[in-house]
Design a protein around this ligand. Structure first.
Ligand code: PLP
Length: 284
């Protein structure tokens, strides 16, 4: 089955799908996006994703190109036309096409693109053995709560991790506290088994997976706190892990080459991953 993309009102073969060269997303990164998991042919946690999309649009004063009800129809149609049972859906909205000028154009119409791809299964070795992270300075802007397509610092950070033989880079603010990964939220488990993740302020993206995992933690009765933690605290934590729509929940077993805990995925991390996978399955 060949891939189909939705581009500004039309379903097109993926290889021909294109936007205008003066799309403001292309010239100014003037747009927002969502990545939604498709599980069993259905979008997982669609409501929190659409709520975050609506919020990102409002924060940047970009008009919604259609109602959320209509967007749900487009999302289902892209899934259907691509025969996607398990995959990833990408939704992007830019401020539209206009002659290049920094200020908002008077007449541009927002441009919606929806694509999907088969999810590359998370590498089983990463699940079994956990992953390494490095730490890097957080050089991003002060509104990381907005899921904007301006991802250059994230791109550079992820590349640095790759070149250092690590899986992800945890970004560190000026106070020496971890904000988040380049495309994941960061978590630790302290020696008294308290799960810690940074509060959802403007320094991080409030991950939909983060919210789902917090719900699981509350439901299962684990102790947790939303607060910033330092790199030193992370290195001496009992366990650490990361979360995202694409990766689910992966154990972090080393930070800057220093082993976290036993250097193996910890028991609470494993348990939370199982609960998260059950949440994904039960949503079908
Ligand atoms: N933080 C950043 C910077 C991200 O880009 C992402 C996902 O793309 C996340 C966190 C995780 O968010 P979610 O769980 O909604 O995928």
């Amino acid at each position: 089955m060949s891939r189909v993309a939705y581009v500004d009102g039309q379903y097109l073969p993926h290889r021909w799908a294109a936007v205008h060269i003066e799309d403001r997303g292309y010239q100014f990164a003037d747009g927002v996006y969502e990545v939604i998991a498709v599980v069993g042919g259905r979008p997982l946690d669609e409501e929190p994703h659409l709520a975050r999309l609506t919020r990102s649009l409002a924060e940047l004063r970009i008009a919604a190109p259609m109602s959320n009800a209509a967007l749900r129809v487009v999302i289902r149609e892209v899934i259907r036309r691509n025969g996607a049972r398990d995959g990833i859906l990408y939704v992007q909205i830019t401020r539209g096409v206009a002659a290049r000028d920094h200020a908002f154009p008077a007449t541009a119409r927002p441009v919606l693109v929806v694509t999907s791809r088969r999810k590359r299964p998370v590498d089983p070795r990463a699940v079994d053995a956990g992953v390494a992270v490095i730490t890097i300075p957080d050089i991003r802007w002060q509104r990381c709560d907005i899921k904007s397509v301006a991802l250059l610092p994230n791109v550079l950070g992820k590349q640095r991790a790759k070149e250092d033989g690590a899986f992800e880079a945890w970004q560190v603010d000026r106070e020496g506290k971890v904000t988040e990964g380049t495309s994941t939220n960061a978590w630790i488990v302290t020696s008294d088994s308290t799960v810690v993740t940074r509060q959802a302020d403007s320094a991080i993206l409030n991950g939909v997976t983060r919210l789902a995992v917090l719900d699981i933690i509350r439901r299962e009765g684990y102790s947790f706190v939303e607060r910033a933690f330092s790199v030193a605290e992370a290195k001496s934590a009992r366990e650490a892990f990361l979360t995202s729509t694409v990766l689910d929940l992966l154990a972090v077993v080393s930070i800057d080459r220093a082993a976290v805990g036993s250097g193996q995925p910890g028991p609470l991390t494993r348990k939370l991953r199982q609960c998260y996978l059950a949440h994904a399955e039960s949503a079908q």
